[in-house]
Write a protein that binds this ligand. Sequence first.
Ligand SMILES: [Cu+2]
Length: 662
Amino acid sequence: MKKNIILLSCLIWAGYGKAQNHNDSISTQGIQEVILIKSNTLAKKEAKPLGSIDEYLQKSNQVDMIRRGAYAWEPIINNMTTERTLVTIDGMRIFGACTDKMDPITSYVEVSNLSSAKITSGQQGSCHGTTIGGAINLERNKNSFGEQKWKVYLNTGFESVNQQKIWGGSLQFKNKQWYNDTNFMFRDAHNYKAGGGIEIPYSQYKKMNLSQTLGYKLNDNNLVEASVIYDKATHVGYPALPMDVSLAEAIIGSVQHKYNNKEGKLQSWETKIYYNNITHRMDDTQRPAVPIHMDMPGWSTTYGYYSKANANWGKHQILGNISGFFNRSLADMTMYPNQSSEKLMYMLTWPDVHTLNQALYLEDTFTINDNSNLKANVSFTFHQNKVNNTMGIESLQIFYPEMKEQKSRGLKSIAVQYNHQFKNIETGFGMGYGERAPSVSEGYGFYLFNSMEKYDYIGNPYLKNEESLEGNLYVRWKNQSVSLQLNASYFNIRNYIVGEVIPGLVPMTIGGLGVKKTTALDRVYILNIGLNSEIKINPHFKWIGQISYNDGRDKQQQILPYISPLRYRTSLSYHQQSISSELSLTGNAAKNKFNPKYGESNTADYAIIGFNIGYQFLWKAQKLDIKTGVENILDTNYTTFSDWNKIPRPGRNFFINLNYSY
Ligand SMILES: [Cu+2]
């Protein structure tokens, strides 16, 4: 049955074998978090059903968000940023088109077209590509065939803190041969107000998302599906950056064939080809007193495929995935001097870099006995970068005279995970090793301004692969009403890529402190410990608590960038038939351990309180969910360690979400 209209719920489980595998794509083991984004049965429990994807992801104990404004936050997994993590949409690789990370992949989808976000730690997430820190796979709505039926959903919402208006709708059809899901969502937000009623200039945005999925059943075991997402954000402000965005546009399309046979040895086989194109235009015309006006557009185009099969062979559950993609990243900058007699200045900031990637992934889950299993996965990836622009090569050759236009790498990954269950106790531990290639910016970026550090960055085509050795474990104790889980992961990373000041160079950006080039720290380590608890006090009341501790240092014991201070979240929820309600507390301890080298400084602790209440009306086939609440009740003015340039977060916010379906 197709589920729709947005809801909320955050399930955390230590996936134990196939029994808890609630969908058919990847088998789950080890520590995995699933954030459900859409599901009818859960909708009325969701705190804010029409919240952004960023707000949903923020609930995870393993994910943090770097914020440069109100829009398009950058998810970091296990304290590792975009380059070290992997975000995919239904297994598709997509690369942002912004040299300043204004457009993480998560900014190109909407809650209306996703069913869940699956978060995996370290090499457990390597199925769809190379990663160091882990992966997030955003899963699209699941559709099915069945008795002929139309279904309509309408959503609307309002938030007081930024006058955000939300409209959405979805039309679904299914019969025995076809299914169709068309949905759209539109958001329009003004500047938000931080605690104390202080307006944050340049924090507005507009976003529109359209999505269409069409499925056709060939026979009982085979179907084909075509899907397209069009997303367009305009007039997006980035208060922490010197520029805004006039256009961020994505078109994401795919066609896939799926074979399913639960009884057979070959249980599923899914083959997809996909294409996506992203256009990004930065805009400084809204800012007062810009010393030199700049145009900085970027483009990213990706063609890719994967073919993934799942087979059952005695005690072995085998998964194989062959995948590949080709990406083209191009960005440039034109500076317009105030005196029109002076010449325009033109630079290629991403010099038309072509990336070719071909990977083979194999995974085997071996059932040792009723209580334990062992999972092993291995992958090999061929990765090649080519700079396809003579001017781009010549620019980089100023810094690297010997540089070649092309560079190929082999990237390996291997991991093992053991899981055991004894009475109420589940345990698991694992080890892994993985490598990643430098990103386009790290390898070939040319004068990319980092407004947190205030340095221009030059890429480094000679960077070695980053290599990570990791260990993880979890222990979970559970009975009918109480669940307690402890997770820990430890990463020992070689050639950890960071920036290093090149003395004596003048930055291109006015107001910049200097120029850095990407280089690597010999060896670093990162430790993450999380504790999750859930207590069902009685059939109506439930208490949830999460706390996480993180550390990350280099060989000299200097702290790494974006290491979270102690953070926590706790909530008490009430649920009875049509009524649901929740009181929550979220906070961070002070961040006193920081490294000024990476533009970081001391950040005070904070704690904010939220409350929401919802009611569901039912009239035969019609349903109306009303959810209302207030976030940051005390109107606290606060900022977190991952808010660029200490832009304060939103103050008190009243919201209302309405979801209607028939
Ligand atoms: Cu940008």
